[in-house]
Ligand binder design. Structure first.
Ligand code: SAH
Length: 229
């Protein structure tokens, strides 16, 4: 071995690259599971394997960092324009950026606590009284296939006239009009929609009344699957 240093340098780099690849593959696999199962499946998955959750979050952070703007920042700006007295529920809060960025009381819900502020639960069943919050937020968090149940839970905890904010990956919407129509059945009127970003849509709804039961076929979002890079 005439030059052990460059060699070991190379193998360390190779190992690092392999590790990256493995993490990437695991992230994509977890991500796919979250988008193709119910919210209960997600809760079960992460309860059984909290390490998977941390890995998922690292991958998520890496994805979102590539975007020109983080959707949660848009929601922060929206809340700052409104009274700080409004009570907020953040469904799928992740690292609680929202709660940390506004003066409002924010109830933070996620499957695993990335922050001590988090209440651990499945977002389809949050420990809040009916009609107790002014603003419900889903920021890149409508992951489960039981969308109707999840949005029904947001309806339950929102006061009449309360606000539902949804930020979702643009490519997930198959038929935005059908989606918005289905939302009326769930007791939500569209207040504004910002479809201008090619990365994510920002939708604002107001609660008009309780969710009406029955099928809501337009309530569909494609899974958000990431490609291998
Ligand atoms: N809203 C944050 C995080 C988005 S990532 C932000 O914009 O930065 C989506 C989050 O939803 C993840 O933290 C994930 O754990 C959470 N999530 C997914 N399914 C959930 C469920 N069934 N119940 C609660 N949280 C869930």
């Amino acid at each position: 071995e005439a030059s052990p240093e460059p060699r070991s340098g190379r193998s360390a780099a190779l190992r690092a690259r392999m590790e990256e690849r493995l993490l990437g593959a695991r992230f994509r696999y977890l991500n796919q599971q979250l988008y193709t199962g119910t919210s209960r499946d997600a809760a079960r998955l992460f309860r059984a394997d909290p390490a998977a959750f941390h890995l998922y979050h690292r991958g998520f952070e890496r994805q979102v960092r590539r975007w020109p703007e983080r959707p949660v920042q848009r929601i922060v700006r929206y809340l700052r324009r409104r009274p700080a007295s409004l009570v907020v529920a953040d469904f799928g809060c992740g690292d609680c950026t929202l709660a940390a960025s506004v003066r409002n009381q924010v109830h933070c819900f996620d499957l695993v606590p990335l922050s001590p502020r988090v209440t651990v639960c499945d977002m389809a069943k949050v420990p809040l009284a009916a009609e107790s919050v002014d603003v419900a937020v889903f920021c890149l968090a409508l992951m489960g296939t039981n969308l109707q149940e999840i949005l029904g839970e947001a309806n339950r905890v929102l006061k009449l006239g309360g606000t539902l904010m949804v930020a979702e990956v643009a490519s997930r919407f198959e038929d935005t009009r059908a989606f918005l129509k289905a939302m009326t059945q769930l007791g939500f009127r569209t207040v504004s929609k910002d479809l201008s970003s090619s990365y994510f849509y920002l939708l604002e709804f107001a609660k008009t009344g309780p969710a009406r039961p029955g099928p809501a076929p337009g309530l569909r979002l494609r899974p958000c699957l990431y490609k291998r890079r």
